[in-house]
Design a protein around this ligand. Sequence first.
Ligand code: C2E
Ligand code: CA
Ligand code: CA
Length: 606
Amino acid sequence: MRLLIVDEDLARHDRYRAVFASLDAPVFDDGVIEFSLRDDAVSRGEMGDFEYVYHRALTEAAAEVRRSVVSGQPFAIALIGSLQNDNIGAVSHALREADGNLNLAFVVDDQDDAAVNLRDIAAPADKVFFLTGSYDVDEIGQTVLRLAARWQADRELGDIRARLARQHVLLGEQAAELAANESRAVHLANHDPLTEAPNRVAFLRAVAERARQPGVFAVATVDLDRFKFINDTLGYVTGDEVLRQTCRRLEEVAPENSLIARLAGDEFGLLFDTAGDEAAEMTCDRLVAGCHLAMRVLGHKVQTSVSAGVVVSHEREVHDPLDLMRKADLALDEGVRVRRAVQDGLSRSIERGELDVLFQPILANGSLQIVGFEALLRWYTDEFGPISPATFIPIAEESDLIHELGDWVLARSLDAVKTWPDHYVSINFSPRQFGRINFVGHLMETVQRAGVDPRRLQIEITETALFDDVERAAETLYRLRQMGFRVALDDFGTGYSNLYNIRKFALDALKIDRSFTEGLVREPVSAAIVRSIAQLGQALNVEVIAEGVETEAQVALLTAAGASHFQGFLFAHPLRSEDARSLAENGLVAEQQECDPVAIAPMILV
Ligand code: C2E
Ligand code: CA
Ligand code: CA
């Protein structure tokens, strides 16, 4: 502990020295401080050693105090023994400014006005003291010790306060961290860590919550097909990534404001508002179509597809979320069952003679001359009746079955084209067929073996097949056209058209998707799209074939937009081979018999 003595009179310095030499540290006993005087010169005690610093001038003393604070060794007491200095007020103020904790003890003759004044100047008052009378050794010694003890206690209290303040801050930080942890825990409890989507718990809660609100809503369960196979063959890291990408994809294609959750393994849940059963089924169809894609995952090309089951809440019914989910699961299972049955049936369809290919004329705008026929596959089953290719082709696409069917369609089409004067046959090839190893070689060989000129074969391919691997696709198309085949880009405008890349493809025709033709009369947007597709076709110097033409009004608008060819029920339905042949020979006659049961059969949703 440090003590500062300021006195002009050097003789007094000696007297102080004598006094302090006999001081002993106070003994703390039950809060009562006792002082004792000691004979030996060194003062020790629980407060540690005393160090005394003497100065004659007040200004120097002030500088000393400032230094002491800076160096972290402050004085406990400044004992000021002279009040003769005119500057006493200013210096006392300076001392106090330099060290707010310093005890100032003035030795005065009397508690006069100056002293009272000083109490204000050097406030706080409880750190200012006056020692009156002569330099009584006892009194000065005891006062110094008492002040020293107080200073020490104040200091410790200050430390405790500072520590408490620090702890307070720390506690605040810990509380904040705890809150963050808690929200993290809440997040974890409600989310699937793999996809970051809400989990089953959160989904059930959301369904329950939605059920309490008015309005019709739907709960769908969506299952990734063949996920076990993906996991087993490509490993779980790839499997995880497929799940993540599927989840992202679902978020993209799901209606706005729907909730997408991962319910379990490869099962997702969807909650969305809907107008009714039909709208909900359409939404699910879109989901299924949107998730039927070739993903590139960690270097693997993975073909994914999903199945969906949906249940629609009906108003004024009480809905139990678990019950809704069970129903959606049942619908899903039913869908999966139908899908399996379709797959099984399809694999035997050829040998059972259940397949047929119909041919729908494609006509030149203006002359209305038939230039070719599109080959459209038909499947008539005992179990389900006629099934639309829109249903069974995607299922066949999931396995090598598509190649078997494709080869069969190709063979039938080549048989047919040979019976026509000079028309071409336009054959649909799915992305998987197009991506088959040695696609061009296989095709060429088959066509040559059939003795058909490649010029009489048009290959219809969708954008999806092309934009997956642009360079390879461009090369394949180039080779096909080199050999004389015609190439048409099917369903144009419905996929993710990349207009920049389209220049790279060698094409003969763009086929405007049926949905645009359909919307042409009532939707200005469809008309604008058709116009720009037609313009693009003209710029690329390719034919523009409008599909799904059903009315004269559409013909007028399509003609105005610049379509060069038509295909649709207005001119002819898909026809049996014999009928196509007579049409090819005789041209279009007014009366057309309808012979396409698929056109009127309800589509089975899987
Ligand atoms: P797509 O290539 O767009 O075929 C045109 C579809 O439009 C055909 O449906 C046809 O029957 C229908 N269509 C033609 N004109 C009209 C019309 O005026 N109004 C209406 N509402 N529809 C019309 P389809 O035969 O049911 O075929 C559906 C899809 O199945 C085809 O769409 C095609 O993507 C696929 N597909 C059909 N046959 C084959 C095939 O042999 N191989 C492959 N890979 N896919 C095929
Ligand atoms: Ca087509
Ligand atoms: Ca089409």
